[in-house]
Design a binder for this molecule. Structure first.
Ligand code: CS2
Length: 504
């Protein structure tokens, strides 16, 4: 999926009057890849839940590659659950948008045509349900973030206290949640119409998790539906990877320069992309291999490697960056102490990762550090720091738990954990700037930390918060080390903790 083209951006001024659309496509600058297949002949074969930048820069591109091979059954109906904005923007452009891949000074832009419709679920619920029920739709994909599946934080089962779940169980025909919408659509599907649901969020065993939650939801509302999910629907696990910062005015301007016309839905991301999918589908699927997807029998080793080494290090960089006033991942990598800390966290996590078949994990780590150094992306530490209570239990805690059981200290990872607790406890940077914590699950943990009289008590309170840290007690030596790190953070700041040699 390499489409680098050597081109110099033209002046944005002349370009800004024209807007990307099907009609404007012939006027796109030479050298920009665009759909060569007949978009008018595309039919909808995929429903995607969560029409954010990540989906459009990842799964949609793999689908685009399958369409380019001539199989036009796989147009994507994109569903937004939380905001109508992306759908409105795409509708004004006949659902065309551009993806610009950038690393350093190298960049290449292409236009994607795979999305055929966009629906905002709260306003077009019936159409969303009809799309899921359509037997021509054989694949559903989802990127609704970790918190979008209504999983109970401590039990890992369905969260029956979730307001949307309670609403959907009482009003199965007017659902609001991801699970409720899936269930309503599946209930209407003709029997025997094969369906595969591919969860593309950063969770270990993401397909298995979705199956468990969806089945539990169905059992509470409709036993027959629960049986159908069990018998008829495949939910393969998958590992997705591509660094895609949230779109900004700068990314839209850059795309305008490259395209020679305005694209309000433009995405700028890194060139790297990876998708490993468990080869367990109920019926037909797009030939995603055309875009480089790897279909395999066991995704778990790939997931563990990616979630720990990429996402785990990312989260450490996010909290260190927030506390030290480093706005982006590239800024963290440009700061020698913070970069050394990131490498230390990655090494700690690396020691807990088993290599997927044929994989050179050390090389994977070197490539990750290179990806993090990409100065052409404004991947904000504030963005990655969101939803820590969902991310940390996946990215850090299994590695920490395994290490504790083996009696092994992980100095950098433990410092990262202390930084996260300090971030929640103070919501202030070393310089005294107020940090915005965007994490619906954080209030209870932050409250425990803030009410504690001393650092040791704060750690005791935090580790006792089962929704994040589980119910199995954590060893006392770990708690003591965390308390000592919290004291350093409170008195000397995160930049000091970053630079302290291990063992101090
Ligand atoms: C990031 C991920 O925001 C985050 O938490 O760690 O979005 C990361 O960029 C992707 O998983 C990369 O594949």
């Amino acid at each position: 999926m390499c489409f680098f083209i050597d081109m110099q951006p033209s002046s944005a001024t002349a370009a800004s009057n024209l807007r990307l659309s099907q009609r404007a496509l012939p006027k796109v600058r030479a050298g920009v890849e665009h759909p060569r297949y007949d978009r008018a002949r595309l039919s909808a074969g995929i429903v995607h839940l969560g029409l954010g930048a990540f989906h459009r820069a990842h799964q949609a591109l793999y689908t685009e590659a399958a369409l380019a091979q001539g199989d036009l059954r796989w147009g994507i109906v994109g569903v937004s659950l939380r905001s109508p904005a992306t759908g409105h923007t795409l509708q004004a452009q006949d659902h065309l948008y551009s993806v610009t891949e950038r690393h350093g000074d190298t960049s290449g832009t292409r236009i994607v045509g795979a999305v055929v419709a966009s629906l905002y679920a709260p306003q077009a619920l019936q159409r969303v349900i009809d799309a899921i029920a359509d037997p021509a739709v054989c694949v559903i994909t989802s990127t609704v973030t970790e918190k979008g599946y209504s999983q109970h934080p401590s039990t890992a089962g369905l969260d029956l206290d979730d307001a949307d779940i309670r609403h959907d169980l009482a009003n199965p025909e007017r659902p609001r949640s991801t699970l409720g919408i899936l269930a309503a659509g599946i209930r209407r599907r003709p029997r025997g119409a094969p369906l595969s649901v591919v969860c593309c969020d950063n969770m270990a065993g993401n397909g298995d998790t979705l199956r468990r939650l969806l089945t539990q939801f169905a059992e509470l509302s409709d036993a027959d539906l629960a049986r159908r999910i069990d018998d008829e629907i495949a939910l393969p696990n998958s590992m997705v990877d591509r660094i895609v910062p949230a779109a900004s005015a700068a990314s839209i301007d850059l795309a305008t320069q490259h395209l020679g016309m305005r694209d309000e839905a433009a995405i700028v991301c890194e060139p790297f992309t990876q998708w490993v999918i468990e080869d367990r589908f109920a019926g037909p699927r797009p030939a995603w291999e055309a875009g480089g997807a790897l279909l395999t029998t066991d995704v778990r080793p790939y997931q563990a490697m990616k979630l720990r080494l990429l996402n785990g290090t990312h989260s450490a960089m996010a909290y260190a960056g927030q506390l030290c006033g480093l706005a982006s991942i590239a800024d963290v990598m440009a700061n020698p102490a913070a970069a050394a800390f990131a490498r230390g966290v990655m090494e700690d996590l690396r020691a807990t990762v088993a290599a997927p078949p044929g994989y050179d994990v050390d090389r994977y780590c070197r490539e990750l550090l290179h990806r993090f150094e990409n100065t052409a992306l404004a991947h904000l530490t504030a963005q990655i720091a969101t939803d820590g209570t969902q991310k940390i239990p996946v990215r850090w805690l299994p590695a920490l738990r395994e290490s504790c059981s083996a009696g092994i200290e992980r100095p950098c990872l433990e410092r990262a954990l202390a930084m996260w607790l300090h971030y929640l406890r103070t919501s202030r940077s070393d310089h005294g700037d107020v940090l915005m914590i965007s994490d619906p699950g954080a209030a209870a943990l932050a409250d425990r930390l803030r009410r504690a009289g001393c650092d040791a008590e704060a750690v005791r309170q935090a580790l006792g918060h089962a929704a994040v840290f589980g119910t199995t007690p954590w060893p006392a030596p770990l708690a003591a080390r965390l308390a000592a790190y919290l004291a350093v953070l409170a008195h000397r700041g995160a930049s000091t903790l970053l630079s302290m040699p291990p063992g101090q």
